[in-house]
Structures are given as C-alpha cells and as structure tokens.
Design a binder for this molecule. Sequence first.
Ligand code: SF4
Length: 712
Amino acid sequence: MSIETGAAATHCPYCAFQCGMTLSVGVGGDVAISADPEFPVNRGALCVKGWTAAAALNHPERLTEPLVRDADGTLRPASWDEALDRVVQAVQRTQQQHGNDAVAIFGGGSLTNEKSFLLGKFARVALRTANIDYNGRFCMSSAAAASIRSLGIDRGLPFPVEDIAGAQAILLMGDNPAETMPPMMQYFDQQRANGGRLIVADPRLTPTAQWADLHLRLMPGIDSVLANGLLHILIRDGMIDAAYLAERTEGFDRVRAAVATYWPERVERITGVAEAELIRAAHLLGTAATAMILTGRGAEQQSQGVSNVSACINLALALGLPGRPNSGYGCITGQGNGQGGREHGQKADQLPGYRRIDDPAARRHVAEVWGVDESSLPGPGRSAYELLDSLGQEGGVRALLVMGSNVAVSAPHLGNISGRLASLDFLAVSDFFLSETAALADVVLPSAQWAEEEGTMTNLEGRVIHRRKACDSPSGVMDDVAVICELARRLGSGPRFEYGSVEEIFTGLGRASAGGPANYSGITYAKIDAGDGVFWPCPDQAHPGTPRMFTDGFPTASGRARMFPVHHQEPAETPDDDFPLFLTTGRNLSQYQSGNQTRRIAELAEISPEPVAEIHPSTAGRYGLRDGQGVRLSTRRGRAEFRLKVTRGIREDTVFVPFHWGGRQAANRLTNPALDPISRMPEFKVCAVRVESLPTAGIERDDAESISTTTT
Ligand code: SF4
C-alpha cells in the first residue's frame, strides 16, 4: 500500500454527523485517527465506529483488483481494461436489445456530493436511462417528501445542531442518537443542564429513551396517531400559537378538524401510551418557550411515513416553532451523505439542486449546464424498491450498476430481491470489499475508500464540508469518479465527463444547482476551508450561507408553511393468529448500515458479533423461550435466525432485530416492502412476525463466516 506520511483534517466515513477527525499516516502506512476538537459539530468526540474506521483501509479483505465472472460461474481477477470493457459491452448489448431504460444505476447515501452529481449525470447523459435511484430512498425519503410539501424545502435540520442545547423541550419521534450517533448526545446533555426536557417516542426503551425525561412507548406503526393526539391536547388546552398560525401557515382549519377525533382516551387505546403521559408530553411542549420536534427512521420508515412526518410538522407549526431560535422541526439524517446524496441527482425523480426532473425550467437549466439538448434528458424513473423489483422482469431492468450500496442486505423482502438480482443479465458492483451484493456480480470494480479520495459531504445540518484525501489507495484500486468518467468515455460521452479535478466537478454541481432549492452555487472549496463548512442555500460568492432557515418565511408559493390533515391508517400488516407479534428493525451502536465495513472490524465485531432479537420476558414466557437461545423469526416473506435477548426494554407485543447482517441473519428477509404512496419508502419498521425456538442451539451464520475481522 503506497501511503505518504502526513496528517489531514477530514471527516468520519460513516453517519450524517460527519465528525471532524484528523488522519495521521506514519512511515509504513499505519493510519491513526484523532478527533478534531475544533470542528463545531462533534467538538472532539467520536463514537467507537469513528475511532476504529482506519481498520477498514488496509484490511486484508480489501479488493485490489477487478474481478470478472467466467462462464463456469467463478469470479477471477482481471485487468481494469477487461472489467470496464465488460461493463460497456453489457450496457450496449442491453440497450440495443431492450432499450435505454433496461440499464439502471443504484447509488448510495454515502457517496460524496461530486459522485452523486456525476452518477446522476452519467445516467441521464451517458446512459440516457430514466432508471437511477439510491439507498437513501430507504432512509430519509419520507421526511424529505413531507418537508418539501409542507415547508417548501428539505434540509434535515434547518438549524445548526448546537441549537438543540437551547431548546426547553424536545420531542424525538423514532430516533436513537445515543446509539446511532453518540457524539450528538452532548447537545442533549447540555439541553438538560440548561433545564430542558427530552421526550422520546419509541416502542423500545433505547439508550436514548433511558436518557429522556419521558418515554412514550408507543405501538409500532402508529406515530401519526400520537402526534395528532398531542396536537388535540394542545388545541384543547389553549397552547397553540394562533398568531403564528394566522401569519405563517395555511391549512390549519383542516388539520384542527382532523385532530378533533384524536382525544386522549382514544389515542391511549390505539397507541398504548397512557393518557397522563400524553398530557404531560403535550404540556411540556406547549409551555416551553423554545421547543423542537425531531423525527428519525422509526417514524419515517413506514408505509405511512409521510403522514407520520406531516403530523409532526403540523405539531411544530401549531406551536409556532419553525424559524424561531432553538426551535423547529427537523429530521435527523442517517447516512454519511444522506443529505447531499438526496440533492444532486441520483434520485429517480430529481435533477441537481433538488430540482424535479419533470419541471421544464429545471430540465432546461440543467441540460444547458451539461451541454445537452433538454429533450434528450429522460423523465422520472423507478423508485429504489420498484427498480429492484423490476430486475430481470419483462419490461424491467436487465443490467444494473451498483455504486456505494449493498442491496443484498439493505433492501426489504430480500427473498424477492435476491431472486431478482440473480435474474439480471448483468450486474456490476463498485465496492472496496466483496459485499453480499458484489459477490453476486458479473464484474466487481475495486473502489477507493473515504480517506483515499477528495470530495464534499453535506452533514445532517445542511453544512457542506470538505472530505480531504489523507492517504493513497492501494495499488490496483480506482476511485468512483475516475470509473464513471472512463465508462462515459468508452460509451461515447467522454467530452462531457472531462474534469481536471474533483473540485471542478463541484463547480459544475454548483452551476447546475443555481436557482434550485438546494443552491450550492456560492460555495467553493476555498470558502468551505476558510470556515467550518458552508450551510446551503448559498446562492452567490458573497453569501455567507444559511445556518438557520425559515426566519422570514417559507420557500413555498405563498411564503407560508402548508399544513396537511393526517388521518391515520393501519400499517400494511398487523399481527394475527399466524404471525402474532409486531416486528420492528433498527441499528445498534457498533455497526453501520449493511455492515459491509463495520462487521469486518474486530473491535466492532466484538461488541456486536451477531444480531440479537429482543423480546419481552412475558412474551418469552408465553412461547417458552429463554435468554440466549436461538430463535427463528418468520413473516409472510421469509425466515431468519437470531440469538434471543429477553429484556423489559421492548413492548410485549413487539420483537426488535438490528438489520446490519446478511444471509440467514438478515432482518430484511422478514421486512415488508409495502411502499409509502408519496415517498415510496418501504415499511421497514413494522410487520407481523412469528417467533419459534430453534430445534438446535446452533444459529447458522453463513455470512459472518465469510468475513474476517481486523483491528485498528
Ligand atoms: Fe461521528 Fe457518526 Fe462517525 Fe460515530 S459514526 S464517529 S457519530 S460520524
């Protein structure tokens, strides 16, 4: 591994908190990580994932040469020339036989802004396919859709994270930052020290819920009922901000009518949250001078995800919070570049700058920046699950390029998606490890990791930050930017993908975003480096960026926020005689997303060597199950095996499993792909499940056995 010595200030490869860290490269290539005390987001803190991130760089399982699948079914090493030729031939063959849309791209929310932009441009300009989407559709899409329709824009936190410390009351709906982004807890700690109160709504007694002043242990899939119920109490008890509603919103009358039937006794009956707790929560919010409503995947990853978030936004608007100091509605974005990744064109319905691909003005603007005719740009394509569900189908996608995603672990209803992946004519995967998805590919392209490449990321606050290159890639590896540009050249679109540097791609991204909702046109690398990043929107060079949004109005046609009445509907699947419990899924402290990196790091594997299913003691007793034994969970879609943890931290009617593992221990063998009608978000967070004792003590860990771990 060729690595120059030195140190670089950069950011963690994992979650959207994007902690600042310094990477020091010593003689011999050893990489050491230290937390950056100056970066104002993490302020010197890292979680265990960040501290150990360097272990993935020189891991023995790192891919360092392209692989191609031979006729006998085996993957063998190949030259880059052969691998890229195979991709190009497959694209051309597929498009000649089945049309342009038969080739698709599946991107990821961990890719830099530059890669997200380039991937969207590659799909529309080089491939001329409508079919590009990404794994962020499985993460923040419900909050994004609800924010756009109500607030006119989607920026996860429309205020800096430091504002949390000054909020007198916070309602956290379905988020668990104490495990998923622990450095964030310093702000909740400060909030408490300032006399603030934290309310957590979650079916589990998570570490964050344990930290809270009030835990509302609601039933899975029922978040909008809770939010409507809280708004009902606030209206009843005269705690809403009538002046704000009159001046800054529209649609409140219909919302008031909708929540009129959500009286506390009824909400208690539906959600399982006691009336007294509902009233206490509403009054904590209603009497606070500053307050926040924050949502996470718990409320969002449902077939009612947009409704859930809309009900939370209604609550925030009724309290007059958005645009006020230390107050507002926000979504706590999960993936490293979950924010930037959803702004620059790798979504099926989107062009750079968070523009809609079906907006004629947006198409004209972006086509001009790209130097193509507007009529050549495809229209909206299939959303993530719909794209994957079409693989190998008549009229569907026949050839797929995956970059920055591990869909063989992260997609819902894996039994179906595994079959679809196998039915493809051609699959190419760019990754730095042989992920579960890469192992199925016809061509595997070994890619650079975060510390080996330059680019920008946009954190959960909408702060655009600089990911600096700290070390060289292993020989034989090519970064994704170079791969995309080289594929474009071989496909005949080379002149439109000639960039002298990654910074030049960012400049192109800025021009494409000019005038759009996520306007980066005034951001430069120099401006980012001169401070601690730049908050978008930043429309021109002289503009300082926008840390706090909505202070003067909302970017809607009327300048007012729009309130939408929410009428609760049941989850797509509820328990019955055959599948008598709820299943909900989530993350744990030491693993990240599909676990492709973190499952390989010894310190992290030691903390969480395998996925553990959580069940309440009385439920375990009812089924004759004991702590530590193996269980099989079954849903209408599949089965998976887990070690059992008996805990009072889960509702009696619910089983929890983490989703970071593949193979027989993949939680997504069980999950329901029912989609939200607006965001197309699958219902990861709720379905009906049956739990049974495994006949033997052994749990087959087919995926885990194929992975070796290494230490930092
Ligand atoms: Fe920070 Fe998130 Fe990385 Fe942990 S995983 S160190 S919270 S960026």
